[in-house]
Write a protein that binds this ligand. Structure first.
Ligand SMILES: O=C(O)CCC(=O)C(=O)O
Length: 272
């Protein structure tokens, strides 16, 4: 049985943890009625085969055989998803953690149904290639996320490591969590699970090594609304993450990443 964390930490403690470990978990940034709205919206979206937005479908089946499904970039098609990306409480916490206003770059919704496999261990900024500062995620649980239904795992402190670039063909399977291009895990620090309650938001650095466990239950989804952000000083960002918006929902100009970073000129980022 998982013990889920209760709300106890001050903002200053969360900030300290974020800088020390690369992540922290905050509570109640979304109201219960907003959580219900998100839940209903994405259930409807799934029922309609991802065709409920103006602008077309963005419902993505990552791996049909593993029942791993997610919606990609819903904020581009829905004003409501844009409002969740720019939620004032999330924006305020991001500004507190980053020391600068945040810009929104990506939204996703993971359904993670019973039987879904996990997400391979990775660092988000390998994909977003935000420079000079790394990206940050705000990952909000719509269901309690536990060891049984596939909560996130993180390597605390790994945000202080550089981005790991793929080395050769061999991808390591890390436990049951799917393929990962990261072949050299910082072995001195083991990944740890981060169970969270419905409505808690986990913030984590774009350099933090993280993934998620499989959903081993037969009857519980592990749904999550995720926003990926960069800070206002960002000069370049991978081409899959434009347009970029500020927290007033205005499009702001950020150049497309031109290559030449830690993984070489050929690497221009990817859909994450
Ligand atoms: O929710 C998951 O299982 C993985 C999410 C993730 O890797 C991310 O948001 O960067």
């Amino acid at each position: 049985m998982n013990i889920l964390p209760a709300k106890t930490d001050t903002r200053a403690e969360l900030q300290e943890r974020f800088h020390r470990d690369g992540y922290c978990v905050d509570d109640e940034l979304f109201s219960e009625s907003e959580l219900q709205e998100i839940e209903v919206f994405f259930e409807d979206y799934k029922k309609q085969g991802g065709k409920v937005f103006d602008g077309g479908s963005s419902y993505e089946e990552i791996d049909a055989t593993q029942r791993q499904v997610r919606a990609m970039h819903p904020h581009r098609y829905s004003q409501r998803a844009m409002a969740w990306l720019t939620n004032p409480n999330v924006a305020d916490m991001l500004k507190f953690l980053l020391g600068k206003p945040a810009l929104g770059a990506q939204t996703m919704y993971y359904y993670k149904p019973p039987g879904a496999k996990g997400q391979g261990m990775h660092q988000d900024n390998f994909y977003l290639v935000a420079t000079p500062a790394t990206c940050i995620a705000a990952w909000t649980a719509i269901d309690d996320a536990t060891l049984e239904n596939g909560c996130l795992y993180v390597v605390p402190g790994s945000h202080k490591h550089a981005i790991s670039c793929p080395e050769g063909e061999k991808a390591e399977r890390w436990m049951n969590y799917g393929d990962s291009h990261i072949t050299k895990f910082p072995r001195e620090t083991k990944p740890i699970p981060v169970p969270v309650r419905r409505g808690q938001t986990m913030f984590f650095s774009g350099n933090l090594i993280h993934g998620s466990g499989p959903n081993r239950t037969t009857d519980r989804y592990r749904r999550t609304f995720i926003g990926h952000y960069v800070d206002e000083s960002t000069e370049q960002l991978g081409k899959f993450y434009h347009p970029v918006v500020n927290m007033r929902q205005e499009v702001v100009s950020v150049a497309e990443y031109a290559g030449g970073g830690p993984c070489g000129d050929g690497w221009k980022g990817a859909v994450h």
